[in-house]
Write a protein that binds this ligand. Structure first.
Ligand SMILES: Nc1ncnc2c1ncn2[C@@H]1O[C@H](COP(=O)(O)OP(=O)(O)OP(=O)(O)O)[C@@H](O)[C@H]1O
Ligand SMILES: [Mg+2]
Length: 240
């Protein structure tokens, strides 16, 4: 199977004055096309740092990321931005929805900024994704008029507007109760199956279990594969 992402010995160090913080230490892994990957770990373990590196948002101090065969950080800024816009969807922990725009507009926005597609096509895609996310009756709402779980589902739809090959999710269930977290995960899984894309979820939420192809644990920047292809049950499950 084709490799979607290949990470080779990636490390990221931050400096606070003279103190060196090794946020990610020599992480190496490969993800095949269509695979779902889970990375769990405690706060400060390096999850967001790793996800930003994988998404082309933050250069590693050492190591290489190959995205669909391209050496991501060897590309020029323009080429890397184009890959990011067209092939990578990013869901941030705190939604980052724009308060002055309604739900439909928030989802359409990266499509309009991203590339030359007809507004009508983008609108149809946004409506379809919002329907899959169970939000067809919330199109005109502003983010302040939505629940936390609904905001997260809008953020998922927005992350998918440009038909990415891979969706990177930073704490998609952070700050949500079990019921809302279950809804968000069902939405993610339904869309993933339909769109046949890769998904990487990083979280400190130990309730997160499901039909992941790969599962890793990260502690103090060190990654370790914790199980392979397992599907264990927990307090709530990823419903497909
Ligand atoms: N810009 C930065 N400058 C200095 N240190 C940083 C910076 N960003 C992150 N760190 C440090 O790197 C480590 C990893 O941070 P990261 O945000 O990746 O953790 P995380 O696993 O996502 O945590 P959380 O679950 O709380 O979101 C932490 O110790 C953090 O304090
Ligand atoms: Mg984080």
């Amino acid at each position: 199977m084709n490799k979607m992402i290949k990470a080779v010995n990636i490390s990221k160090a931050y400096y606070q004055g003279r103190t060196r913080i090794n946020a990610v230490r020599k992480a190496s892994f490969e993800i095949a096309e269509g695979e779902a990957m889970l990375i769990t770990g405690p706060s400060g373990a390096g999850k967001s740092t790793l996800l930003h590196i994988l998404g082309g948002l933050d250069k590693p101090t050492e190591g290489k990321i190959f995205f669909d065969g391209f050496d991501l950080y060897k590309l020029g800024d323009g080429a890397r931005s184009a890959i990011r816009n067209e092939k990578i969807g990013f869901i941030f922990q705190f939604y980052h929805l724009l308060p002055e725009f309604n739900v439909l507009e928030n989802v359409m926005l990266p499509g309009i900024i991203g590339r030359a597609r007809k507004a009508k096509t983008i609108k149809h895609r946004a409506e379809l994704l919002l329907e899959m996310a169970g939000l067809s009756r919330r199109l005109q709402h502003r983010p302040s008029e939505l629940s936390g779980g609904e905001c997260q589902r809008v953020a998922i739809a927005r992350g998918l507007i440009n038909n990415p090959r891979i969706l990177l999710c930073d704490e998609p269930t952070g700050n949500l109760d079990s019921a809302k977290a279950g809804e968000v995960m069902s939405t993610l899984w339904r869309i993933k199956e339909k769109e046949k894309m890769n998904i990487i979820i990083v979280t400190h939420d130990e309730r997160m279990e499901g039909d992941f192809d790969r599962a890793f644990r990260i502690v103090d920047g060190l990654m370790e594969e914790s199980r392979n292809g397992a599907n264990s049950l927990s307090e709530w499950q990823v419903c497909k």
